[in-house]
Design a binder for this molecule. Sequence first.
Ligand code: SF4
Length: 337
Amino acid sequence: MTYLYQEQNWQSQMSDLITSPAELLNILELSVDDLLSGALLASEQFKLRVPRAFVRKMQVGNAFDPLLLQILPHHLELEEHQGFITDPLGEEQANQLPGVLHKYKSRFLLTLTGACAVHCRYCFRRHFPYQENLPKSEDWLKIKDYLEAHPEINEVILSGGDPLTLSNRKLALWIERLTTLNQIKILRIHSRVPIVIPERIDEELVSLLKNSRLRVILVVHSNHPAELDDLTCSKLSQLAKHNILVLNQAVLLKGVNDSAQILVELSHRLFEAQILPYYLHVLDKVKGAHHFDLGTEKINEIYTEVLASLPGYLVPKLVREIAGENNKTPLFGVTTF
Ligand code: SF4
């Protein structure tokens, strides 16, 4: 690499994200003009945002690096494709109150921030109107009323944006509020921050999660084994020591992880870090992400090989989320999806 790494806490890394395509390409010693012009155009719609720690995991000089492809804006995002829309999961309909998505019977999604540490180009929420949907502190009473009116809800999922971009103080405040409701037994946190800024797993966060009355599950999002360097694995494996279950969800992406060999390696690497593979999502048909789509046949071919190569506990479930359905839809063996 062309620059030196100095250890930084996660807050300073968050305030020093790369947002300029030219700077990113320069760091990676890529001087492909059409990459830059496409990135500039596409980033007008969904900005480039990536932590320097994640860029350090990329291969210098490789325009097809699988980590780079996930975050570099591309001119193909500007194409229109039939069936690729701004709200592929129908989340605006499930949006009951600011910050609240109630899609599944016993689970309840709470979006406390629209911010992410990284902008993944395939994100199904890339067009989500976060600013109109964030709960303010005074909305807590309405959320509490909603939960009490739905005693079947026993699990709250902090989702994103990315909840681990919030300070530990703010997280603690919301966890404390949820803890006052006896019906809530499980707290799930969906986050990609520990993968892109491993220092986010700091002592204060570990202490907050391990001391909660709630059973805590952290679901991280890693798509490729190159994302899981030693620091990332060591930070995440600390959580297991405190009875915090860590699961991974990945998205199957053309050009990034579209081979059984990569997915098998990902599962093994996760297991070394005491993380279990949970879901392998097929791409949600969000506008701007068509170029990541793999055909049904290719997906089935890859997944068949994954099944044959791994013990069952290391095979993530192949699923699609379908708007309005009561659960994620398992896909293996389905011939059209
Ligand atoms: S971190 Fe998650 S919510 Fe944020 S852009 Fe990536 S996939 Fe979307």
